[in-house]
Each structure stands twice: as C-alpha cells, then as structure tokens.
Design a protein around this ligand. Structure first.
Ligand SMILES: [Ca+2]
Ligand SMILES: [Ca+2]
Length: 190
C-alpha cells in the first residue's frame, strides 16, 4: 500500500485546521440560546387608594442585569387594579433586579429570572413622599402644611400632597404621611 497520498492528505488537513481555527471554534457542542422578548406583568398596591380612589398610579421602573446592563421605564401607568405590563429583551433564565418608585411613594425592589415569572408582585407602595426623594420627613410635612385644606384649582393647591389621589388635601392625606413619617424606600440600584 502506498502511504504517500495518505500522508499528503493528512498534512493538508492539518494546514487547513491551523489556518482556520475559527472554524473549529464555531462548532458548538450545543445550540446557543436565542434572545427574545418577554412580556411581564407587574403589580403594586398603592397605599391609601381604595374603592373610589382607584389604584392607577405612575411608576418609574428600573431593571438591572447582574452584568450591569440597565433598562429604565420612566413612566409606567398601572391600571385601576394596580397592574402594568413591560417587555424585556433578553435570554431565558437571566437574573434581574427590579426597583419601582412612584412620585409620592417609597421605592421597593426584588429579583427575578427572565422567563421564570409572568407576574411580579412589587409590594405595597407606601405613600407620603411629596417631594419624591424616597424618604418621608419634615420636607414632606411642610409641603402638606402649605396646601392643607385646599382643593384642585385653589390658590396654593399642591397636588404632590394629595396622597389619596382624590383631589383635596385633607386629614386623610395627612394621616397617611404621618403614618410613614421617618421611613425611607429601597436605595437606588448601582
Ligand atoms: Ca420626601
Ligand atoms: Ca386627598
């Protein structure tokens, strides 16, 4: 048997493999995961808004991946039952951290894995943060004091202190702020 042609072919294949290492690397042992859109429903309970004061609130939602990619949804409107939907482009099982903050409420946060949940309960949004700095303190007290007893359209009316969402600023709004006085929300994500 003549071994020369066999040796020549082996040498040629070796040269080919060394010349195109990417070809060998491009043959994965299993298929790479495909990215996709995942639609998730969030749910919050807005404190102080019951029965006639529906749960419709505006929220800022932020998502962080473990690798530091940030997605912000600045103006999510909940429906009257406190539900809202958002889309995430990513890979199944990717871990995320979420954080929500309403203009008058203290922030909450938590974790989830993409594709493993359709509904995320984002907890009760406790209220009283009139100036939207994520703490209920003397600044908020002074805002409600400046507009106490006033109604929509009135001189000096400040809607930031209407924590019940019904228009007038009165004892019900004050009591909500008072009940959370000294509290702060979850820190911004880094
Ligand atoms: Ca505040
Ligand atoms: Ca009110």
């Amino acid at each position: 048997m003549n071994r020369r042609p066999l040796l020549a072919w082996t040498a040629a294949l070796l040269v080919l493999a060394l010349s195109f290492p990417a070809l060998a690397a491009a043959a994965p042992s299993q298929a790479d995961p495909e990215p996709g859109f995942f639609t998730i429903t969030g749910h919050v309970t807005a404190q102080g808004r019951t029965v006639d004061q529906v749960q419709t609130v505006s929220l800022s939602l932020r998502l962080d991946t473990k690798s530091g990619e940030v997605t912000v949804y600045p103006d999510m409107q909940t429906n009257e039952d406190g539900y809202f939907k958002f889309d995430v482009l990513g890979f199944s099982d990717d871990p995320y951290t979420w954080r929500v903050k309403g203009a008058q409420t203290l922030a909450t946060s938590g974790d989830f894995k993409l594709g493993s949940v359709d509904l995320i309960q984002m907890d009760t949004q406790t209220t009283g943060d009139a100036n939207n700095d994520n703490v209920v303190n003397i600044v908020d007290f002074n805002i409600i004091r400046g507009t106490f007893g006033k109604d929509v359209g009135g001189d000096g009316y400040d809607a930031r202190a209407d924590f019940t969402g019904d228009g007038p600023v009165n004892i019900r709004d004050y009591n909500l702020m008072r009940g959370n006085f000294g509290n702060s929300g979850v820190d911004p994500l880094n």
